[in-house]
Structures are given as structure tokens and as C-alpha cells.
Ligand binder design. Structure first.
Ligand SMILES: Nc1ncnc2c1ncn2[C@@H]1O[C@H](COP(=O)(O)OP(=O)(O)OP(=O)(O)O)[C@@H](O)[C@H]1O
Length: 287
């Protein structure tokens, strides 16, 4: 499913002393199957933007078009859109409420009036997708789980709706490095295996650089950069200027380059850096 955003502006508390323009004339096109990293400093407008993608917020001006359908049009049935656009909020584990993990994940599919067999199939599948053991966990309370496991239950609940667009707002917030890597790997597999459109909201360039096809950078309610990670990281000074920076390994490479060590300046993973440095050492030894 594709997303087109045209001249989207959102003002909170208009015409009051608390008026805030959270989105200022946003224009974006996201193609079906893209894996997007949406990044920006706190308060830049990321959460406001994603809430427009399934009609949770109403635009002050502008349009949001999902697969050709204008969801800002008052005649569009938002319930149909919400079945296809799955939104995982920040700290989704706080929204778990059922007495068993099965019931929690089955909540969305049950509301779709699916058969019991289909609901069970979807709960099993979505638990597998986030690496949770169905037999071991289905009858347990979600509240007995660790923070990372609770988050996976919450994500499984959205996956069980079989969304065609999956939006995750800071899915790694508050997790330890291992938990962060696991969640990101699972999201990456979901993208590879199902080719759904994914939008991953993050503060961290490190988190998204390895996985996404394209980065959208927001700053002060506007989209200021968009492109593949390697292109975005060339805008080093601008990213520093808006408090985002680049992944540490890209930063290190730049510093080595500035000091006369000839490396490819498009490095975004530790593995790429390792290979480039080894090549440089070999060149040096052969000279
Ligand atoms: N419900 C609201 N009412 C009034 N102002 C709001 C509301 N939600 C957000 N804002 C304001 O809109 C601006 C954008 O906020 P938003 O939450 O979209 O940013 P963000 O980039 O998602 O930030 P974070 O990374 O901290 O989640 C901020 O100035 C914020 O204070």
C-alpha cells in the first residue's frame, strides 16, 4: 500500500494561547513495500505525522491518500483504513489489558468477526513472527512477562490484524541493547518476508541505519531531508546542526578521512568499517 501526503499541516489548540503548529506543509510519497525510518528530535512532529496515517488526527489543512483513497475526506470509512494501517504506539505494553496473552493478541481479529480457527491461526502466526512461543505463553497473563516480551505481545496484537502498512513509534525505547537488536531484527524479517510497508519512528540513527531503505528527517514540524541512509549521512553538518548526528561508525569514518586515511565515505555498519580499514592497511603494507 502506498501513502501520499499533500500539503499536510496540523495545528494543535488553534486560536488559543497554546496554539502549536506540529506539522507545517508536509509533502511525501511512500511507495508500497518501502521500509522507512522517520527520524527527528523530540517535538519535531513525528508522532503527529503518523497519527494522520490512519485518521487518528484530523488535518488542519492538506490531504493523506492511502492507496489512492483520500482518508481526509469525511466520507471515507476510517474503520476500513485502520484494518490496513497498523499503528504501534510508544510503550504499547501499557495498553495490554486482557487476562491471557492469547486474548490480548486475539482482541483485534475478534473485532473483525473472524472464525475461531482463523483467530487462533493469526494469534499463532503473529506470536511466531515476534518470537514468542504459542504453547508456552498463550494462557499466561501478559503482566507476568518482561518489558521486552510485553512489547512483543503488543506488536503481535497489531500483526494479527494483518496490516499492509505497519507503523511503529519508537519500538526500541527503554529496551536494553540485546532487546533492541532482537525487536529490530524481527521487524526487518517482517519486512523481508511479507513485503509490507513499514515506517519505523526513532530518535536513533544507529537503530535505523542498518535496516531501512529510506530515511525521512523531520525538524521543527517540517521534512528537511529524505533519501537512502548513505545519502542522508553525507549531510553530516546539517544533521549535527539539528542535533541528530550520524551513526558512530559513520562519524568515526569521517574523522579518519579528515585525517588523511582514505576510506569509502559511505560506511554505515561496523562490518563495512572493518572491511574498509583492512583494505586500507593492506594498501599501506603493499605501498
Ligand atoms: N496533544 C497535543 N496537544 C498539544 N500539543 C501537542 C500535542 N501533541 C504534541 N503536541 C506538540 O506538537 C509538537 C510535535 O509533537 P510530536 O509528539 O508530534 O513530536 P515527536 O517528534 O513525536 O516527539 P517525540 O520524539 O518526543 O515523541 C510538539 O511541540 C508537542 O509539544
Amino acid at each position: 500500500m502506498s501513502i501520499k501526503i499533500e500539503n499536510l499541516t496540523h495545528i494543535y489548540n488553534p486560536k488559543s494561547p497554546f496554539e502549536t503548529k506540529a506539522l507545517d506543509n508536509i509533502n511525501l510519497q511512500i511507495e508500497s513495500g518501502e521500509f522507512i525510518g522517520l527520524i527527528g528530535h523530540t517535538g519535531s512532529g513525528k508522532s503527529t505525522l503518523i497519527q494522520h496515517l490512519n485518521g487518528l488526527l484530523k488535518s488542519t489543512e492538506g490531504k493523506v491518500i492511502i492507496n489512492g483513497l483520500d482518508i481526509t475526506n469525511k466520507d471515507t470509512k476510517l474503520s476500513d483504513i485502520r484494518k490496513k494501517v497498523g499503528l504501534v504506539f510508544q510503550y504499547p505494553e501499557y495498553q495490554l489489558f486482557e487476562e491471557t496473552i492469547f486474548k490480548d493478541i486475539a482482541f483485534g481479529p475478534t473485532n473483525l468477526n473472524l472464525s475461531e480457527e482463523e483467530i487462533e491461526k493469526r494469534v499463532k502466526e503473529s506470536m511466531q513472527q515476534v518470537n514468542l512461543d504459542f504453547e508456552e505463553l498463550k494462557d499466561r497473563s501478559p503482566f507476568e512477562l518482561s518489558g521486552g516480551q510485553k512489547r512483543r505481545v503488543a506488536i503481535a496484537g497489531i500483526l494479527a490484524m494483518k496490516p499492509e502498512i505497519l507503523i511503529l513509534d519508537e519500538p526500541t525505547a527503554g529496551l536494553d541493547p540485546k532487546g533492541r537488536d532482537e525487536i529490530l531484527e524481527q521487524i526487518n524479517s517482517l519486512h523481508k518476508e511479507n513485503n509490507i510497508t513499514i515506517i519505523l519512528v526513532s530518535h536513533s540513527m544507529e537503530d535505523i541505519a542498518r535496516y531501512v531503505n529510506r530515511i525521512i528527517v523531520m525538524h521543527k514540524s517540517k521534512v528537511v531531508l529524505t533519501g537512502p541512509p548513505k545519502e542522508i549521512f553525507k549531510e553530516y553538518e546539517m544533521l549535527e546542526g539539528i542535533g541528530l548526528g550520524v551513526p558512530q561508525v559513520t562519524d568515526l569514518t569521517k574523522k579518519l578521512l579528515d585525517n588523511g586515511i582514505e576510506l569509502n565515505n559511505e560506511i554505515i555498519t561496523v562490518e563495512e568499517a572493518k572491511q574498509e580499514i583492512l583494505k586500507w592497511i593492506r594498501r599501506k603494507n603493499n605501498a
